[in-house]
Each structure stands twice: as structure tokens, then as C-alpha cells.
Write a protein that binds this ligand. Sequence first.
Ligand code: ATP
Length: 338
Amino acid sequence: MSTSLPLEIAEFHGDGISSELSAAVHAVADALPIDITFHDVDLTLERRRTDAEGSYNDAEKAMRKCRVAMKYPTVTEDASPNKVLRDRFDFSVIHRPVATIPGVETRIRGTVDLHVVRIATGGTYEDPGRRIGADSAISIRLIERRPSFQASMFAFKLAERIGANVTSASKYTIQRNTDSLFEEVAAGVAQKFPNVGHESELFDALLAKLIMNPEGYRVVVTPNEYGDFLSDAACGMIGSIGLGASASYSFDNDGNILLAMFDPAGGTAPDIAGKGLCNPSAALWAFSMLLDHVGQCELGAKLDAAVRSVISSGNTTGDLGGSLNTEQFTKAVVLEMG
Ligand code: ATP
């Protein structure tokens, strides 16, 4: 029975295991005590090959209507769908929570419970550099005040909510112009949050300290490429590079979140697609982040915990050594949620 207003979610379907991940999300959604309507958008390679513009226009229409979206993995052939969507929706901040999964073997001691908040644009990833002759090339690294501010605000609000400190990490002693602008913005935002501790850390030192003392870091805000490195490094620390969920955000002029898209960070896994074998945990965690974002925080937390609990009980899909298929694992999660 519904206890709140209907929730409308744009759902961007992709390739490979996308449909199986979507089925898992729907199975959980059907069991929740809220009305949810999904607005399907076909972003499969087949559709994009024949009508890329139309598929992205559909995505944009659904996103503007719902303001929240689930996205599943897509094959990149020419343009990267992730980049197209990021540009169209003006996503400027990516949030990647990475937390130890009980029962999943790791090579490090300690518990990771880290939120990587990353500027989604610039850095060296939209590099307008060029070759100079045959043997040289230059790269241009871009740091901008607006996304630095938005990422910092997101990080401090999150830290305030979970009672944590914020670490801003960059190479401000070496990349003095770019990274000192980023650190200047982060320090300015820190002043708005007197109850949240803030420290700046050199990015290379942060990686070493994080590995030696994972409990010492909860929220790290960082420029684009460093956030990418840190997300993967942290996933390696918890022993599951493919099991992360990710959220992308755009903001209005008052700094409020305008659009939000949630996706499992892994790929399309063509080798197991269609066999019912894939692990839907990251998609379910992405869905739990969406629930949290729309104010269904208790349900979001419950789903997050249920996935962890089922994995830690040893009831896992094959990639984690278990014998459950996607559907069986999802059913176990629904059962665990009660
Ligand atoms: P893409 O080109 O889309 O990145 P890929 O196969 O090169 O696809 P991944 O999709 O990340 O890269 O897959 C890497 C390996 O991890 C594959 O063997 C795949 O089967 C496995 N894998 C990826 N996602 C899952 C999942 N959700 N459940 C189980 N195994 C997975």
C-alpha cells in the first residue's frame, strides 16, 4: 500500500546485463511501500546506431520530467553515452560511496567507509591539448570555480549529515594555479560549515594514508581525474572493483540539486549477459542512493543494508563465489528487507 506521493523515475536502458539489472531493481521497487512509475528510455547500442539523437532526446525529456534517473551500463561505440548525458544534463558532481562489504575478501586490514565526491568535469579529462610535432604533446588542465564550489558544498552537506570531516585532496603544491584554485574554493566552503572539520591533503599522500588507515577518511572531495583514481583505488581496497554505485548531480543557480542520475559503476559484462548470472548489487545500491535522494531515506538505508547482509551471509552470485543467480539473489534481498 502506498504511503507517499508517486515517485517517477526515468530509466535509461543500455546493453549487456542492463535488462537483468533493471529487472532486479523492478523486483525490489515492486516490494516497496511506495508507488513508483518508471519511464523507459531505450539507450541500447541498437537504438543509438540508428537514432542516437532521438534516443538522447528521449532521455532528456524523461529526465526533465522526473528529475531522477536510473541508468544501466551502455556500450561505448562512438560517443560515450555517459559523456553525452553528462553534457546534456550539466552534471558537475559525481558521488561514489565505497564501503567494506562484510564477507568479501580484501587484501587490506581495516574498514573502508568512504564517500568520494568528485568534480565531474574538467581536470585533464576534457583535454583540449594537442600534439606538437611528432614527439611532443601538451595537455591543458581545467579547474573551474563553479563545479569546485558545487562539489565542495555537496561534500560538506554530506559530511554534516553523517557527522564526518571533509578532506579536500589535490596536488596544490605542484599544480599551483589549478589545484590552489580548487583548494581555495573548498576552504571557502569549509567556513560555511563551522561544525564540520576540514583538512587539505596532497593526493599522493592521501592514497598512502588511506591504505594504512582507512578509518581516517570518510568524505574526500577532489578534482575530476583524482576522484576517478581514488574511486577505483578504494574499490580495490574493498575487493570489488565492479560493485560500486555512482550518482551524478546537476545544480540550479541557488545550489540546489536539479537533476540526479544513479548507476552501477560496472560495465556491460557481455560475457555473462542474458544468462541470469550477473550480480545486481551495484544497481540495487544505486537504487538505494536514489531512494535516499528523493527523501525515502529509511527505505534507501534498508535496501543498502539488505544487500550487504545477504552478501555477508554467503548467499552471493558467482562472481563472489556463491551459487545464486541474479533472480535468486534479488529475492533474498527483498526477503531480507522484510
Ligand atoms: P564494458 O566494455 O561494458 O566495460 P567489459 O566486460 O569489458 O564490458 P565489465 O563489464 O566491467 O567490462 O566486466 C569485466 C568482468 O567483470 C567480466 O568478466 C564480467 O563478466 C564481470 N562483471 C562485470 N559486471 C558484473 C556483474 N554485475 N556481475 C558479475 N560479473 C560482472
